[in-house]
Design a protein around this ligand. Structure first.
Ligand SMILES: CSC[C@H]1O[C@H](OP(=O)(O)O)[C@H](O)[C@@H]1O
Ligand SMILES: Nc1ncnc2[nH]cnc12
Length: 290
């Protein structure tokens, strides 16, 4: 049976995974530098997990400095078949209160100045991103959350902002007019890069606050986020227990969305025109097609 090796990217409040069997720590390097922290490998319910806290183990890395390319490349090199992101987020809808788990299915990317591709001068690629999330993994995670009695919403658009400051009231109002559901600072370019590495990616956005759009006048700050984060993190842990118990018995077939073969038609630079040094770097995420 082909097995799942699930990469878990932990966000704010999730810096380690306790209770794994056969735990190993691996300090890795990638052609894009070191990831946010050493990888922690271990088994949960017999499923291999590879855990990486995106802000570092002590939350010393702000959103704009997260080494997104190194993180995704490290998880690819570690043999992950899929990536599940677990994030804190603000809510842009009354019906998504703090404590809610949103299985993101779309993104609007308002980040600026982050390295957002493995490809570039010397080897150009354009992968499709119309459906940026692996629907199968998102559904499995939603099933697990519901089975644990967690308040889960299937689908939602995540507005990725640069930060590190939270939004102004006018920005928050604007994003609501745009129809956005939740807001955070980290899922982009992470989701883009996972796609380029042909890794099915899904994200659980756990609501910690209502951002600053409500007429009640509250505005988000770290203290209000932290107040909710701890119970959200406990819920995420229960979800993971349930999810891995399911994955243990589920043979892993190729992603139905073709994510694992998306580079077949994405690289536009013909082999003869590729820069050998660039190609060498790309091998860590795209060896299958190079
Ligand atoms: C601590 S509140 C702001 C911080 O939390 C979220 O991070 P993550 O997605 O890694 O959980 C948000 O995106 C900000 O980076
Ligand atoms: N309101 C908010 N805006 C951006 N990132 C967040 N993370 C948690 N709450 C957030």
């Amino acid at each position: 049976m082909t097995r799942w090796t699930l990469g878990i990217i932990g966000g704010s409040g999730l810096y380690a995974l306790d209770g794994l069997a056969d735990v190993r720590t691996e300090s890795v390097r990638t052609p894009w530098g070191a990831p946010s922290a050493p990888l922690t490998r271990g088994a949960l319910n017999g499923v291999e997990l590879v855990f990486l806290p995106r802000h570092g183990a002590g939350h010393a890395i702000p959103p704009s400095d997260i080494p997104f390319r190194a993180n995704i490349a490290a998880l690819k090199q570690a043999g992950c078949t899929d990536i599940l992101s677990i994030s804190a987020c603000g809510s842009l809808r009354q019906g998504l209160p703090p404590g809610h788990f949103v299985m993101v299915d779309q993104y609007v990317d308002r980040t600026v100045g982050r390295e957002r591709s493995f490809f570039g001068t010397g080897c150009v690629a354009h992968v499709p991103l119309a459906q940026p999330v692996c629907a199968r993994l998102a559904a499995l995670a939603a099933d697990a959350g519901e089975a644990e009695g967690l308040p889960v919403t299937r689908g939602g658009t995540y507005l990725a902002m640069e930060g590190p400051q939270f939004s102004t009231r006018a920005e928050s109002d604007l994003y609501r007019q745009w129809g956005m559901d939740v807001i955070g600072m980290t899922n982009m370019p992470e989701a883009r890069l996972a796609r380029e590495a042909e890794l099915p990616y899904a994200s659980i956005a756990m609501v910690t606050d209502y951002d600053c759009w409500r007429d009640e006048g509250e505005s988000v700050d770290v203290a209000s986020v932290l107040a909710v984060m701890q119970s959200n993190t406990k819920g995420a842990r229960r979800l993971l227990d349930r999810l891995t118990a399911r994955l243990a018995d589920l043979p892993r077939a190729a992603s139905p969305d073709g994510i694992e073969t998306c580079l077949d038609t994405a690289i536009i630079t013909p082999p003869a025109a590729r820069d050998p040094e660039v190609v060498e770097r790309l091998r860590s995420i795209a060896a299958r097609v190079l």
